[in-house]
Structure formats: structure tokens, C-alpha cells
Ligand binder design. Structure first.
Ligand code: AMP
Ligand code: GLY
Length: 421
């Protein structure tokens, strides 16, 4: 069968790599892809907001299955659109994608279905939001309602920076803002929890801990993710049961009550406080770099999981994992997440070690005249599997040293909570 993957990051390269190794996959396409996917798939440069053009290409090239990596096309309704043309798509529909597209949609579900989350209030007037600051104790968290690529969240420890956050959001920094969310600041440890669903059945899809801040010690600006390890050190059977019973199942029930359903990966960003889970946010996709960290542990053919979801047969598919620890470090362009130079040559990529335990997934790269250039902020993801996190990290660092790309930087402390005990 022919398969198409939508997206161009490390997550999509990891998905393409697994699909490339499946004996069931014939032609593999990536829309638009990167220099890594170009080696194993046909990169097709189509504007992802042009659904008509994408649909025409899929039909003309007889692509049997489409896998959507990033949130933007999901929130814009790409799944509903393609399914109207009888195209098989792995990913949630537009209604379900509001779990990520609108924080207020999710908070309202939490309220109605008693899902543990930070206490919150919604404001549609700047003056009222500012007035409310008289009643709170700091720190508080102020959030834009809509998709903001992880940037519309402010953690404020005083009245002045809260007022500027409210003004920035209502001023349109993250697009037109009708509403704003002010919530209680939760103190605990974060964990990413993944499931996959076909609309009826739910299966666990691993846990991870990512490092979102740019500087070592989890300091500095938020980024897309500087590295991750899997499994999370916090997971245990009791906690898993609570996450499913108190958070995941009530959410899926809420969608059913809206005459919708959830098909695809669902990523719950959780705060764990004394072995109790609280929902911080949902993402309607795999995480990046969590996907590059978790997928190398998968023993089941990924295409079977995607197809089972599209055919509502997930109950008949066993998802099997190896027992290894996985650690991923993201190599970034100097300056990220602010300004960085583009089109810088990366040498030595052919010298790095890649085998069943060591992986290199491309993110912001492009091939120009047979050379590989860094074109994005997050450039390459190195993942290694081992029996313990410390050895996995050593393997990743060995590969980074072989590459020795002086225009890049990476966090040397990824996994410090599970390694430097
Ligand atoms: P979000 O985009 O909602 O995941 O928020 C981005 C980051 O802000 C999260 O990964 C947390 O580190 C932090 N955060 C968001 N909401 C809260 C909260 N209520 N309490 C503490 N930290 C939070
Ligand atoms: N690693 C965080 C995310 O994918 O949203």
C-alpha cells in the first residue's frame, strides 16, 4: 500500500522511518518532509493549508493511507475534509482536535466531567481579567485560548507581568483573542502520557519526560522540546490506572456525548502531584521529540496500528514494545528559540552510528545540491536505546561528538533526573 505522512519535523521522519521498514508499505510520500525523509520517501512540497491540492495529489497517486503529524492541519479540519473523499486518514477530526485547538474547550470538558486540572477562570474582557488579579495569589498561569505553538502560556509571579501578559494576548499576539484563561499554578512534576484510539478502543502508547526549556537545569525560554526520555520515571500501574480512569476515559466519553469520537494519537500533558495526575493540556498528536524517543521502542508494525485505528479494529492489534530505556537529544541551531542563521552546512552526517539502537532523525534540514543544510531551529534528533538511561545518553553524546557541528548546540543535561541521582 502507498502511505503519505504530513509534516516536516523529527516526529514525521521517525514515523516515515518505521513505515519505510514495513513490508506492507509500497510508495511512501512526505508532505513536505525534510532531508531525512527525502532519503526514504518522496518529498512533496504542497502548501498544507491547500486541502484541495493535497486531496488531488492523494487521489491521483493512489495513496491508501494518510498520517497527519502536526496539530495545525488537524485543528483546521484536514481529517474531515479528506474523509469526505473516502481517503483513509489517521488523526482526529476537527471537533476532537479542539482538545488542542482551544484550551477553553478542554477546560469546559474538565469541569463537566470532573477531570482533575488546575482551577481556572475564563475572561472575555481585558478589564475584568485585570480586575481579577486583585483576588489571586501569585504565581498564576495566563493562557491564550487558541493554538500558539506552545508560546501562549505565561507563568506570572506578580501583578505587573500578569497585566502585560493579559494585554499581549488581548492585543492579538497569538491571533484574535476572544477569551483568556487564568489558572492556578500547579507544583509537581510533568509527564507526557500517550494513548492511541480508533474511536472505540484505547491502547497505551508510552510515557515520556521532555525538556521544554532551552537552558540546562530546565531554565530559560520555552522551546518545542530540547530532548526527552522514555519511560517517564513517574509512571507506575496505579498512576496509569488513575490517568485512564480520571482523565482519558472521561475525555473520550465527552467527545462521544458531542456525537464525535477520537481517532489517532492523544498526548496528555500532565502534572503529577503525590502520585495524582492533573491535566495541564492535551495535544492531538504525538509529541516532538517524544515521538522520536518512543517509536524506536516499538516492536509492532506501525502501519498495522494506523490501519487498525482507521478500521476500528484496534482491539485486535497487540502493541508490543521492547524493555529498553530511550533517550533523545535535540541538536539546535545557535540562537534558537530566537533568531538563528539558516542554510548552514552540516558535515559528517554519513559518519554517525545508526543501527537498531542508535537513530538520527532530521527536523529542520534540507538537501541542496547533494549537501545537507540546517534550515530550522531544531535540526537533528539523536536517540539511543540501552538497558539504562546513562548508557543511552553516552551513545547519543558519542554520535553528537562525531557530528561536531560547531553552529549547533544541545542541552547536555537531558535526563538529569534519571541519571544524576
Ligand atoms: P501548555 O502549553 O498548556 O502545556 O503550557 C506550557 C507549559 O507551561 C507546561 O508544559 C507547563 O510547564 C507550564 N504550565 C502550564 N499550565 C500550568 C499550570 N497550571 N501550573 C504549572 N505549570 C503550568
Ligand atoms: N514536546 C512537546 C510537544 O510536542 O508539544
Amino acid at each position: 500500500m502507498n502511505v503519505g505522512v504530513i509534516g516536516s519535523g523529527g516526529r514525521e521522519h521517525a514515523i516515515c522511518k518505521l513505515l519505510h521498514h514495513s513490508s506492507k508499505v509500497g510508495k511512501l510520500y512526505c508532505f513536505p518532509g525534510n532531508a531525512g525523509t527525502a532519503k526514504i520517501a518522496l518529498n512533496i512540497d504542497i502548501d498544507l493549508s491547500d486541502f484541495t491540492k493535497l486531496k488531488d495529489f492523494i487521489l491521483e497517486n493512489k495513496i491508501d493511507l494518510i498520517v497527519v503529524g502536526p496539530e495545525k492541519p488537524l485543528v483546521e479540519g484536514i481529517v474531515d475534509y479528506l474523509e469526505d473523499f473516502k481517503i483513509k486518514v489517521f488523526g482526529p477530526n476537527k471537533t476532537a482536535s479542539q482538545l488542542e485547538g482551544s484550551k477553553i474547550f478542554t477546560k469546559n470538558i474538565c469541569k463537566k466531567y470532573n477531570i482533575p486540572t488546575a482551577k481556572f477562570k475564563i475572561f472575555n474582557l481585558e478589564t475584568e481579567a485585570i480586575g481579577f488579579l486583585e483576588e489571586v495569589s501569585f504565581p498564576i498561569v495566563i493562557k491564550a485560548d487558541n493554538l500558539a505553538s506552545g508560546k501562549g502560556v505565561y507563568i506570572c509571579d506578580n501583578k505587573n507581568n500578569s497585566i502585560s501578559a493579559i494585554k499581549e494576548i488581548f492585543g492579538g499576539k497569538f491571533g484574535k483573542a476572544k477569551n483568556i484563561l487564568i489558572e492556578e499554578f500547579l507544583v509537581g512534576e510533568e509527564m507526557s502520557f500517550f494513548i492511541v484510539s480508533d474511536g472505540i478502543n484505547v491502547k497505551n502508547f508510552g510515557t515520556a519526560q521532555d525538556h521544554k526549556r532551552v537552558l540546562e537545569g530546565d531554565k530559560g525560554k520555552n522551546t518545542g522540546g530540547m530532548g526527552a526520555y522514555s519511560p517517564s520515571r513517574l509512571i507506575n500501574n496505579k498512576l496509569q490506572e488513575k490517568i485512564l480512569d480520571k482523565i482519558i476515559h472521561p475525555t473520550l466519553k465527552a467527545l462521544k456525548d458531542m456525537n464525535s469520537e477520537y481517532k489517532g494519537f492523544l498526548y496528555a500533558g500532565l502534572m503529577i502531584i503525590n502520585n495524582e495526575p492533573y491535566l495541564i493540556e492535551y495535544n492531538v498528536r504525538m509529541g516532538d521529540p517524544e515521538c522520536q524517543t518512543i517509536l524506536p521502542k516499538l516492536n509492532t508494525d506501525l502501519v498495522d496500528i494506523f490501519l487498525a485505528c482507521c478500521e476500528k479494529k484496534l482491539n485486535k492489534t497487540n502493541i508490543e514494545w521492547n524493555n529498553k530505556k530511550s533517550l533523545c537529544i535535540v541538536l539546535c541551531s545557535k540562537g534558537y528559540p530566537d533568531k538563528y542563521q539558516k542554510n548552514i552546512l552540516i558535515k559528517n552526517l554519513d559518519k554517525i552510528k545508526e543501527d537498531e539502537n542508535n537513530f538520527c532523525f532530521h527536523a529542520g534540514t534540507a538537501t541542496v545540491q547533494n549537501e545537507i543544510l540546517a534550515t530550522g531551529g531544531r535540526v537533528l534528533n539523536f536517540t539511543s536505546l540501552s538497558n539504562d538511561f546513562s548508557d543511552a545518553k553516552k551513545e547519543v553524546i558519542n554520535n553528537l561528538n562525531i557530528l561536531d557541528w560547531t553552529e549547533g548546540f544541545y542541552r547536555k543535561d537531558i535526563g538529569y533526573k534519571v541519571i544524576n541521582k
